[in-house]
Design a protein around this ligand. Structure first.
Ligand code: GTP
Ligand code: MG
Length: 560
């Protein structure tokens, strides 16, 4: 096969692979669930939780009040990695086009945090303008200062993919540099801010140049606590051959084990996420399978994002309740006239006692309480006499919210979920699975391979190897020109396949169901065994192109 054909094949395959992204139905469905839930969450937050938060200065202590964009923001993916690991190329691969401000190259290229988002018109919004835009969720980022804002931008792209997700490109981590000092802003702080808000963090490693610098390790540490969001890609795997890839993969797992320190083994997707010819294409099959897995995961994001937002709000409501108990209890213990300052100091010092007492009184688990040191620090800056007393009414509203409203929204998600599943059984074939079961081009995943080999050809594919199988057949056949079950079994078990599989082969190959195999059926049985040994699955029914020509329903014309 010439290199040109190979490239063309690769491109066609890739285009099909992404048809899920343009699959309007699934997309719309996912987007709807997300919107419904987001809208519901926003209204219960504003009406039920926010009053409690405001009454007890929750925003000073824990996190700022949530704004509309916080609820409406699309699920986000953030790419993190050392420089030149292919982060920007990955985005280009997803979008299948350039975005404004894109820079790709072997040297450190991306120097800014770039939020790639959807808009009908392409364009760039610089950081300073971005953090004052009430429609975007980036306002809190202004706290990282001007040095950061000059290195922050939003690239607007009219791309179907971005209607479902937003993507954050980050500057590559440089080795031997203090990211904070040399960059002039708190790099890991920004990473942490995004990590908290995005739905997926994709860590990229370069198979061709695997090294995990201390700087990168520190950044990964900043992502701790979000392990569930992390996915790992061993990128540029096309640059190395089979043996090198095995070694690199092993080395990566070993290093990751040290950095991530989770009891589970991390899932690493091996692949090459760009639209250029694969340098070594010996692992092509593997890349395709890995890519399928990764994209299935990403495709689920809009639905999972709704769940995650719901989850976050529940967590927030529980914290707000505990916070209200703490603040009101501090208020209660303050003297009305003298000794306010000394009493405040005493209360802060004995905060652990107050925690204990509240745990007992309201039966709250210790894990629901905020970090004691942080709380003590923040309390110093507050005037306790300005704190509000306990307002049971506000708490009741939040309890009711947790019991009823949240449950109602929760119900919506699984409901939509099953509807999606129903859809997926019909669509996934054309949608996510387009690569797998794509039938419109020869480049669908596994197409024309295994059991599919020979489909659409005029010649019976088994005939190609039949001479070889005939030799064995000659040896085994009885006087009637057929092979009996016992003789066939003795030959077939040589494949070392388990009996359940061989039974299936037998059932498929004995086309006329006479309990014997003639020479064509025998050849077919051997062909099916090879298909299975090559790592492909056997179907429930024999596809028409594998039926021996003489046994096809309208066999007449096919006889040669
Ligand atoms: N062989 C191969 N090369 C790739 C692949 N992806 C990217 N590259 C090349 O790797 C180089 C770096 O790609 P970028 O996308 O700029 O990498 P980056 O991670 O965004 O780099 P910084 O922005 O500098 O952090 C470019 O020369 C790409 O052409 C891949 O899958 N295979
Ligand atoms: Mg880049």
């Amino acid at each position: 096969m010439s290199k040109g054909t190979l490239n063309r094949k690769y491109f066609t395959r890739k285009n099909k692979m992404f048809s899920w992204l343009s699959n309007d139905d699934t997309k719309k469905k996912n987007a709807e669930v997300f919107e419904n839930v987001a809208c519901g969450l926003r209204s219960i937050y504003k009406n039920k939780l926010l009053p409690l938060e405001s009454a007890y200065h929750f925003h000073d202590f824990h996190s700022p009040a949530l704004d509309d964009p916080d609820f409406e923001a699309k699920p986000m993916i953030m790419l993190v990695g050392q420089y030149s690991t292919g982060k920007t190329t990955f985005i280009r691969y997803l979008l299948e086009r350039d975005f404004p401000g894109i820079r790709i190259g072997p040297e450190p290229t991306t120097d800014s945090f770039i939020a790639v988002m959807h808009s009908d018109k392409d364009g760039i919004i610089p950081g300073n303008a971005l953090v004052v835009d009430p429609k975007k969720q980036f306002r809190p980022l202004s706290k990282f200062g001007n040095a950061f804002l000059n290195r922050f931008q939003c690239s607007l792209v009219n791309s179907q993919v971005l209607k479902g997700i937003s993507i954050v490109d980050t500057p590559g981590i440089l080795s031997g540099e203090k990211q904070r000092v040399d960059r002039g802003y708190d790099f890991t702080g920004v990473l942490e801010w995004f990590a908290e808000r995005v739905d997926r963090i994709i860590l990229l490693f370069d198979a061709h140049k695997l090294d995990i610098s201390d700087e990168f390790k520190r950044s990964i540490e900043a992502l701790k606590g979000h392990d569930d969001k992390i996915r790992i890609i061993l990128n540029k795997a096309d640059m190395v051959d089979h043996q090198q890839l095995m070694r690199v993969y092993g080395a990566l797992m070993w290093s990751l084990g040290k950095v991530l320190q989770t009891p589970e083994v991390a899932r690493v997707y091996i692949g090459s996420f760009w639209d250029q010819p694969l340098r070594y294409d010996s692992n092509r099959k593997l890349f395709e399978a890995e890519e399928q897995d990764l994209f299935k995961d990403l495709e689920q994001l809009p639905r999972n994002a709704a769940l995650r937002k719901l989850n976050d709000l529940i967590k927030r409501a529980r914290l707000a309740k505990v916070h209200a108990y703490i603040i009101s209890s501090l208020r209660k213990d303050m003297p009305s006239v003298f000794g306010k300052e000394s009493k405040k100091k005493e209360l802060i010092k004995n905060l652990d006692q107050i925690y204990l007492q509240l745990q007992r009184e309201h039966q709250i688990s210790p894990g629901d309480f905020p970090d004691i040191k942080k709380m003590q620090q923040e309390l110093m800056n507050h005037d306790f006499t300005k704190f509000a007393a306990l307002k049971p009414r506000l708490l009741e509203v939040v309890d009711a919210m947790l019991a009823n409203d949240i449950a109602k929204l929760m119900e919506q998600i699984p409901l939509e979920d099953t509807q999606n599943n129903v859809q997926q059984t019909t669509i996934v074939k054309g949608g996510v699975f387009s690569g797998v079961q794509d039938t419109s081009t020869p480049f669908g995943f596994n197409r024309f391979e295994g059991i599919e080999a020979g489909r659409g050809e005029t010649d019976w594919i088994v005939a190609k190897e039949k001479v070889k199988y005939d030799e064995i057949f000659e040896r085994l056949q009885g006087s009637d020109g057929r092979v009996a079950g016992s003789a066939a079994k003795a030959e077939m078990v040589k494949s070392k396949l388990p009996n359940t599989v061989l039974a299936k082969v037998w059932k498929l190959a004995d086309v006329d169901k006479d309990g014997m195999l003639d020479s064509e059926e025998f050849a077919l049985a051997m062909h099916l065994i090879n298909v299975k040994l090559d790592g492909h699955d056997l179907p429930e029914e024999l596809p028409v192109h594998l039926i021996p020509p003489t046994k096809r329903p309208f066999a007449g014309g096919d006889d040669e």
